[in-house]
Structures are given as C-alpha cells and as structure tokens.
Write a protein that binds this ligand. Sequence first.
Ligand SMILES: Cc1cc2nc3c(=O)[nH]c(=O)nc-3n(C[C@H](O)[C@H](O)[C@H](O)COP(=O)(O)OP(=O)(O)OC[C@H]3O[C@@H](n4cnc5c(N)ncnc54)[C@H](O)[C@@H]3O)c2cc1C
Length: 400
Amino acid sequence: MRPSSPESDDASLVVLGAGYAGVRLAREVARRSKGQLPVVLVDRHPVHVIRTELYEIGAIAQEQGAPLRLAVPIDRVLRSSGVKFRTGRVEGIDLADRTVKLADGALRYRYLAICLGSAIAYYGVPGALENTHQVYRLTGALMLAQALKSVESASAGWPIGRRPQVLVVGGGSTGTEVAAEIATTDWAEVSGGSARPPHVTLIAGAVPFLAGLPEGLVRHARELLAKAEVELSEGINVTRVDPGRLSLHDGSSREFDVAVWCAGVQAPPVVRALEVPHGKAGRLKVRETLELPDHPEVFAVGDVAEFEDPKTRMLVPATAQAALAEASVAAANLVRRAAGEPLRPFVYREKGMIVAVGRRRASGSLRRVTVWGSPAALLKRLTEREYSAAVRLGRSPPGL
Ligand SMILES: Cc1cc2nc3c(=O)[nH]c(=O)nc-3n(C[C@H](O)[C@H](O)[C@H](O)COP(=O)(O)OP(=O)(O)OC[C@H]3O[C@@H](n4cnc5c(N)ncnc54)[C@H](O)[C@@H]3O)c2cc1C
C-alpha cells in the first residue's frame, strides 16, 4: 500500500479512533506538548459515542430519534483542545511506510496511536449476525430499541397469555445489563397501550456467568436478575440462530421475538490484519510502556491492546476504565518519546466495577467492598453522567 498523495505530511501524531482512549490520548498529548506535537484524530463518525450507556435500551426506546446524549459531536468534545479532527474510515495501516489508508485518502504519521476499540465476535455461529441485534454500536442499540418497541406494541393484540420472548446471548456484564434493563423497563409506558411485559432469558453459554468478576458481585447480580424475573440459562452454548429460533448445543431450541448478541468482542479487522504479535481475540500485544514491540513509534490503547500485568500475569480488562487509564500513560509516553526522554511503564489499578442489573439496581465491587442495590446503581449513574457531562462541555474526560 503506497498512496500517491498522502495528506498531512507534517501530522506528527495520528490518533485512530475517537472513543474513550482516542479522545483522552489526543487531548492530553496536545495539552502536554503545548501544541508542539500536532495531533490529528480520525474516526469514521464525527461523534464521540458514550458506549458504556448503550445497554440502556428502555431509556433509548423512550427517547425520540437518535439520543444526542449518547453521541456527542466531536467538535464539542475537542473544543479548545488544539486537536484537529478528520472523518474517515481506516482501511489499512502500513507500519513500514508509516501511512494510514482511509476510505477517501491517506495520512502519513511520525507517531501513531491505534485506539480503534472492538468489533462484535460471532464465533462462526451460523445466522447470529443476520438474526440478532447488538448494542456494541449506537446504530445497533437504536435498532434494538425500535425492534422491542414494535414487538411490544404488537403484543397488545396477541392471544391471552402470550408474552414477547426476548433472548439475550452472553453472560458477561453487557449481556447481564441488557437483559435486566429490558426486563425492568415499563414497556406499556414506552410503547403506549397495553403492551405485555417481555419474558427475558439470559443465555450465558458455557463460560461461567460474569466470569472473572468478584464473587460477591456475581452473587448479588444473580439475586437481582432473579428479582427482575430474568431466566438464567447456564452451561450450554448457542449453535445456530434462525429467524425466530435459536438452537443450543444440547439439541434443544428456543423461539424468540427479539434476540440480542452480547457474547463477546474481538479486535477490528483492520487491526487483526496487522503483521505484528497478537494476543487473545486479535488484540495487539503491547510493551509495558504501551507501544508495539518492534514499533516504538506506534502505541495501542484501549480495547485493541492486550496488556499483561507483569506482576500478576493477568490481562488488563477491555473496559472504558482501563482505556482511559492507559490513554493518560500513553499520552505522557508519546510526549516523552518525541522529546527523547525515557518512557514510564503503565501500572493498572482497578477502581472497581459496577454492573447495572435493572433500571434501578446494580451490583458492584469497589476496592474489594461489595456494593449493591440502589446505592450501587446511583453510584454507577453518577460516574457515567460525570463523564458524559465533561465531554459535552469539551473538558478533559474524567476516569470511569
Ligand atoms: C453496553 C456496554 C456497556 C459497557 N459498560 C462499561 C462500563 O460500565 N464500564 C467500563 O469501563 N466499560 C464498559 N464497557 C466497555 C467500554 O465501552 C469499552 O471498553 C470502551 O468503549 C473501549 O474504549 P476504546 O477507546 O478502546 O474503544 P471505543 O470507545 O469503542 O472507540 C473506538 C472508536 O474507533 C472508531 N473506529 C473503529 N473502527 C474504525 C475504523 N475502521 N475507521 C475509523 N474509525 C473506527 C469507532 O467509531 C470508535 O469511535 C461497555 C461496553 C458496552 C458495549
């Protein structure tokens, strides 16, 4: 790949992806370098999506049109930061030629930060892509909200006793949040008329429910799911999805009106295509200082990166919280690299984790203390709202 006329020959730093990692990194490099390191931020959409709130399907369904609170215009997010923005779909990265190929041009870089997030993973399950909804992207969440609204409206005229059947695949935090949100939404209020409450099943599959999260959090999440009347199916993987029918590994099948795929994510195709060391799900292995092993000029941050804690040998989770923490260290290291100074290692300290289980309940663990119920839900909401208020006002985004 050798583009004929690359733009911005002088773009010192090109940041790919205006998500949690990209926005914080771009802003911090501009601030720390006092404009000495020109920064160009690239994304396929001119908005910053508040991805951590896309599970709020009931609230999204209630709002008319695209909810602006979940897609903040990028010029607001970057206000007074000195960062330039370029809309473009990244189609390739030539590490040897230091060029990024966009759908409508190319960009040369001196330094590169890859912050392209995750893409949904269907693990080769036939029909999953075609017959399920998803919440990893804003358009996916909007389409799911619309589908639920339509089914709920139609349910008013169904035979007595029939309720909308909703299947949510994936027993991680996203699946749990989506299932409980759908089950605890007042659909009669959202759709009007006498919509029937849906019967929601969370199909956790063969991976343990909320794997990797603290025991207390998982225990309370189970209790809250039961209270929300979400049926939890564990231990059996999905083998196939046909329109209106989902098949399981034990030969059984379940009918559905709406199915949602929350079973996992992987690195985006453009990242998986790079000929560098990859970790799980195609993520980019990074050094302790967050650059690619043989490319000191390229940093990978957020969901695209696989960072192994050198002390515990544990992988840093693919969360917005970790993406933001990594972005600050990568930004400082980029400025140090440009100044010829030694880099500092990234050390991950998790603040905690809160999983929403229904519209007014949550289960969490903060520095080994379990919090749950409405106080946990309030805490989660406050942290999320603090983040989105800051980005909307063009302030440096706080941690999550
Ligand atoms: C429903 C849901 C709830 C969640 N809840 C939490 C939570 O409570 N706490 C938490 O810490 N984490 C949570 N997460 C995880 C969190 O959202 C991700 O870990 C976080 O978004 C990762 O940040 P990132 O910057 O790496 O990627 P992203 O925020 O996904 O940003 C990636 C950016 O790259 C852009 N992009 C991708 N491909 C291309 C391309 N080819 N060309 C141009 N642009 C491209 C995208 O448009 C996007 O703007 C949740 C995720 C979901 C889906």
